[in-house]
Design a binder for this molecule. Structure first.
Ligand code: SF4
Length: 206
């Protein structure tokens, strides 16, 4: 198992076990925290399937290119894991844990299954990735779509960019306060993001 797979396995098992053990009220509190983000993700899904569904199906899935899933180790934030576990069934998490046990000999993401991504709510980095040929085709033909995409990028920051209190930071802190730690807690261990947070504290970004 690679170090990437071990980090992913540890984070996934930790969150899965923790959420399976908490009182329903505590889980509901986390679901409440994530509710706006899930609406945001639903809006993006509608946008992507409307504007990019056809081109992605032709270029990637039918031709088996899947360029957006061709990295061996995609960046996942700890909050990505928490949100996905919150909305997944136990058997879906077990599938993820199982694939993480296998050696990844190909050049594809370990989470890429026969019918696409195995995550129910895939990591935000994946959701917001559009390959250049797809962007060129859609945004040149439909400039309004580009405006919408820019809007989505701004909305994404409201959840993920810690120049203000954001969901991705809050979820990490929630688990840190419960005594857990993970290398995927980038909001608490990435020098760049910590600098952004220090700017928030100093009022630079207000
Ligand atoms: S996590 Fe899912 S969407 Fe992201 S690269 Fe892997 S298979 Fe693709």
């Amino acid at each position: 198992m690679s170090s990437y797979q071990k980090e992913q396995t540890d984070a996934l098992s930790m969150v899965h076990q923790y959420l399976a053990s908490v009182f329903p009220d505590e889980k509901r509190e986390l679901e409440f925290l994530a509710a706006d983000y899930l609406l945001f993700r639903k809006d993006i899904d509608i946008f992507l399937s409307g504007y990019f569904g056809e081109i992605c199906t032709q270029n990637c899935y039918q031709k088996s290119i899947s360029a957006c899933c061709s990295r061996e180790g995609i960046i996942t934030f700890f909050a990505d894991v928490v949100i996905n576990v919150l909305v997944s069934q136990k058997n879906e998490i077990e599938v993820l844990l199982k694939v993480l046990q296998r050696p990844n000999n190909g050049y594809k993401c370990i989470y890429l299954g026969e019918n696409g991504c195995l995550w129910r709510v895939k990591p935000i980095v994946c959701e917001m990735f559009l390959c250049e040929p797809a962007k060129k085709k859609v945004f040149i033909e439909k400039p309004l779509a580009l405006d919408k995409w820019d809007e989505f990028n701004k909305r994404k920051k409201m959840f993920t960019w810690p120049d203000r209190p954001v969901l991705f930071d809050i979820l990490e802190k929630y688990f840190i306060d419960a005594g857990y730690s993970s290398p995927l807690m980038y909001m608490h261990n990435s020098p760049g993001l910590l600098r952004v947070k220090r700017g928030q504290e100093a009022g630079t970004y207000s």
